[in-house]
Write a protein that binds this ligand. Structure first.
Ligand code: SAH
Length: 226
């Protein structure tokens, strides 16, 4: 899989894409992630990517030309499944969207900044818009990193324990059950004895019951099949 991220602030993406599971996936060649600086696609000597909004008002707007030129150069090299604009008013990211996107070959993620992008980018150049929640951040870089992480950890071979992503919350329609590790007792706080019993079927039963209970109290809508 390949993910190309378009941004006017590439440094914001350095750390999230160069550590932990995402870094390991890149090192193993399971995913290629390329960050493109939109300033490299401007035609003016000052490498400006934004301008004042027509009609006035506070806040700059990202210009269409550098975005279009960058997209054209990428699309000349390969076919993309989606051009995704990270946007607070897009469809809200869920596990099922991450699952779906993890099956694609080539994705482009476009990060806005300031007031956002010229609306014609959204009308003509983007195929999908995704939000990471109903709140506004300063730029699309952190949302793009969130989406990339959610996708990349699902790719076969990325997580060392293959079944691990499948037992995470939302994946099987349930919230994950509580987990504990050593010591079995800490300051008088103990671990549920069944987890120390060595009885796999009892442990499985306990986990399932607790997953159900957590789902009932924390995300009841999952039990309605939503
Ligand atoms: N004026 C816009 C917000 C712009 S925020 C509005 O009111 O809707 C600047 C950029 O940050 C956006 O272009 C988008 O790319 C990104 N962004 C901010 N919040 C986001 C969120 N919740 N999900 C995805 N992207 C977001």
């Amino acid at each position: 899989m390949r993910i190309d991220i378009l941004t006017c602030l590439p440094r914001l993406l350095e750390s999230p894409l160069n550590d932990s599971i995402v870094k390991r996936a890149r090192d193993k060649g399971l995913v290629t992630v390329e960050v493109h600086d939109l300033r490299d696609y401007t035609l003016d000597p000052h490498r400006t990517t934004d301008d004042y909004a027509f009609g006035g008002g506070a806040g700059m707007v990202m210009m269409i030309e550098p975005i279009h030129r960058c997209l054209q150069s990428l699309k000349a090299q390969r076919t993309y499944d989606e051009v995704i604009y990270m946007s607070p008013d897009g469809e809200q990211l869920t596990q099922s969207i991450a699952n779906q996107l993890s099956l694609r070959q080539n994705l482009i993620l476009l990060c806005g900044h300031y007031k956002g992008v010229d609306e014609r980018v959204r009308e003509h150049l983007v195929t999908r818009e995704i939000s990471i929640g109903d709140y506004v951040l300063s730029g699309g870089e952190l949302p793009a990193a969130v989406l990339s992480d959610a996708i990349i950890r699902l790719l076969p071979g990325v997580l060392s324990d293959e079944s691990s992503a499948l037992t995470d919350s939302f994946q099987d329609g349930l919230i994950a059950p509580p987990v504990y590790t050593r010591p079995a007792e800490y300051q008088g706080w103990t671990v549920p004895p069944v987890l120390l019993s060595g009885n796999p079927s009892k442990i499985e039963e306990w986990r399932h019951e607790n997953a159900l209970e957590r789902t009932r109290t924390r995300r009841p809508r999952l039990l309605d099949g939503e």
